[in-house]
Ligand binder design. Structure first.
Ligand code: NAD
Ligand code: AKB
Length: 311
């Protein structure tokens, strides 16, 4: 059967760029975009409006298009999940079950589902956080991602489901806006810098978090999905790392190009979320198993953002 991909949650920060890259590699008609929000953009066609909570609707679309692989991106992220805990749990878990069960029943061949650095908690070693370590997340989002990882691993072992996953750090891009995360400040800061507006940061200046430029994340995603099955030895989720910085450090890089740019710090509820997460990640298993390596650091990221963010 020829490859036919369904991207669920395609209008979000990752989906917008992932659909473009998948179509570059495999052809426009091989990639069906889908989201609960209607697209209205003819450039996004082929597109299906889909609520991932609706298993029958998912089944219908998968069969209608002869889908072989699903990239499941629909979820509530960390900050929104703290505001809507029940919805976050329901969406983040039920969406995953609906897709995993299609793979278990042999309707689709492969699943990509993203996890997050949010699976780690305050008791996890903060620096160079290992692949296998203590995981006691204290956020609704982190609990849902850790449960999702365990279910992915279970479906792989018990039903031989080919599910693949990455623990994304905070993702940064100029092509699409982030939605409801704790790492979003690292995108917002560039918009304020370009507008020459004072930036109010919702995290403390010394809060170090793992981050990654979107291009690296998209490449990691497709590389993992295209890796030979026998190389994908971890079926819960792989650690991947790009860079680590604090608000103070990213500000220092930006003022090299925008010297009059000002920042103030007003930590809110997202500080507690950020403080519970690692500062840096050990991604040596991803490198060893399927050859992962990030290309971008803070300086290259900042240059790309400053050159391309349009306000
Ligand atoms: P996003 O919030 O930007 O996009 C999610 C998309 O899902 C939205 O377009 C939304 O309309 C859609 N959606 C919501 N409910 C839906 C439903 N019921 N049915 C179908 N679509 C629905 O999120 P994102 O940043 O693109 O993240 C995608 C995935 O990657 C999530 O699982 C997230 O947890 C994970 N992740 C993201 C980051 C990051 O920094 N962006 C980091 C770690 C993990
Ligand atoms: C968030 O901040 O919620 C996401 C993530 C790291 O999962 N960017």
């Amino acid at each position: 059967m020829s490859k036919k991909i369904l991207v669920v949650g395609s209008s979000g920060q990752i989906g917008t760029e992932l659909v473009i890259e998948l179509r570059n590699r495999f052809g426009r008609d091989a990639v069906i975009a889908s989201d609960i929000r209607s697209s209205g953009d003819p450039m996004v066609e082929p597109f299906e409006q889909l609520d991932i909570m609706n298993g029958d609707q998912l089944n219908k679309i998968v069969k209608q298009h002869g889908i072989t692989e699903v990239y499941l991106l629909a979820a509530l992220l960390s900050a929104t999940a703290e505001q809507k805990p029940q919805l976050a749990w329901d969406l983040n878990m039920q969406g995953l079950f609906n897709v995993l069960n299609l793979a278990k029943d042999g309707v689709i061949e492969k699943v990509f589902w993203p996890s997050s650095i949010a699976v780690f908690g305050p008791s996890t070693p903060k620096i160079n956080t290992p692949q296998v370590t203590i995981m006691e997340p204290t956020t609704v989002y982190g609990i849902s991602k850790l449960a999702g990882e365990r279910w992915c691993d279970y479906y792989a072992r018990k039903y031989d489901v080919d599910v693949r996953s990455l623990r994304y750090p905070g993702l940064i891009s100029y092509k699409s806006l982030p939605g409801g995360g704790t790492t979003d400040y690292a995108v917002d800061i560039f918009y304020s810098a370009k507008k020459r507006e004072k930036f109010t940061c919702f995290l403390k200046k010394d809060t170090a978090l793992p981050m990654m430029y979107m291009e690296d994340a998209i490449r990691a995603t497709i590389d993992l999905m295209e890796a030979p099955k026998e190389n994908v030895l971890i079926r819960s989720s792989y650690n991947i790392a790009g860079m680590t910085f604090t608000p103070e450090e990213i500000y220092a890089v930006i003022i090299n190009s925008v010297p009059d740019f000002e920042i103030e710090y007003k930590p809110d509820f997202r500080q507690e979320i950020a403080s519970s997460w690692p500062a840096s990640i050990d991604d040596s298993r991803a490198s060893k198993d399927w050859g992962w390596q990030a290309k971008h650091d803070l300086n290259s990221l900042a240059q790309i953002m400053l050159d391309n963010v349009s306000v």
